[in-house]
Design a protein around this ligand. Structure first.
Ligand code: ADP
Length: 293
């Protein structure tokens, strides 16, 4: 691996010399290769992928910048992103993750609620991005139900059909899309800046126990979608949910809608990781349809 183009980009972005002393591979990423670039007294976090994936890193950089501008949850600072002959790369502040303290979860609940309380003016985003490595369309829309139907559920169903997942998925999908309005009776979501991929693997704490979130798939959407994903693979601690609700209370219909929101991620897992997620997706759709029959 030739690190020179990345070192040059770091030097251009920071305006100071960076002598690379050591490169340490980091575990944990699903999609990209991640490294800690160590210099004298300064380290950087770097993600690498094929050169064609530059738009993915450009969108991630835009998301990190917008999240950081809310000054709510700690976000690794963007240093640079770019392309060499063989690779696309994203360079961020390296954060030495530490262990959570007794306040970390509560703080995260408050900070996420404050992020979600900042008003946005439309659903969607100013650019498309990716969820995992799946393209995620974010066309602007003033109507959340239309957005969720077309840009989220139908989009993943189309990708699934193209991969050959037909059968029940193909009959349940359109039925669910037709019934979407029923899940929103008496509830009007407001657009909020979402992290968009908020599972436990994208949340940590810094050395002082402050929450840190990274690897976003940002858009403006119903905040319940972010919260739902925190419950999808294990769930966060009760302190987190209590602090979130104390800061920004939740509508009772969230309990049902969270399944609708997590269906998007399960369909995405089906498309990314294969048929192991098919049964789960079908069961979620069955149970959602049973709620509105
Ligand atoms: P991927 O896009 O491949 O899923 P991630 O952005 O999740 O990659 O990063 C991979 C791993 O690197 C994470 O699980 C986390 O442990 C670590 N990591 C992410 N960002 C930073 C950072 N700014 N500083 C230090 N470690 C980080």
């Amino acid at each position: 691996m030739n690190w020179q183009p990345i070192v040059e980009q770091i030097e251009n972005a920071t305006g100071s010399a960076f002598k690379l002393l050591n490169v340490r591979p980091l575990a944990g990423g699903d999609i990209n290769s991640a490294y800690c670039l160590q210099g004298a007294g300064k380290s950087y976090f770097v993600k690498i992928n094929r050169a064609e994936t530059i738009a993915m890193f450009a969108a991630e950089a835009a998301g990190l910048t917008e999240l950081a501008a809310t000054r709510t949850v700690r976000i690794p600072a963007l240093v640079a992103y770019g392309q060499s002959a063989e690779h696309a790369f994203l360079v961020l502040e390296y954060i030495e993750f530490g262990t959570a303290n007794k306040n970390s979860d509560r703080l995260f609940g408050q900070q996420l609620a404050l992020l979600h309380r900042q008003p946005q003016s439309f659903f969607g985003w100013h650019r498309n991005n990716t969820i995992g490595s799946t393209p995620q369309p974010n066309d602007k829309n003033d109507d959340w139900i239309t957005f969720w139907r077309t840009q989220r559920v139908q989009h993943q169903l189309r990708l699934a059909a193209a991969k050959g997942y037909r059968g029940r998925l193909e009959t349940l999908g359109p039925k669910l899309c037709e019934m979407l309005g029923h899940f929103f009776e008496g509830y009007r979501p407001h657009p909020a800046l979402l992290h968009g991929d908020l599972w436990g693997g994208n949340v940590s704490t810094d050395g002082q126990g402050n929450p840190v979130i990274f690897d976003p798939a940002c858009y403006y959407g119903d905040r319940e979608a972010d919260l739902a994903m925190t419950e999808l693979f294990g769930g966060f601690s009760p302190d987190f949910y209590t602090a979130y609700r104390d800061t920004y209370s939740l509508d009772p219909g969230y309990t049902t809608r969270k399944k609708l929101y997590n269906l998007y991620h399960i369909l995405n897992h089906l498309n990314l990781f294969g048929s192991g997620y098919l049964r789960q997706a079908e069961m979620m759709m069955d149970s959602l349809l049973a709620e509105v029959r």
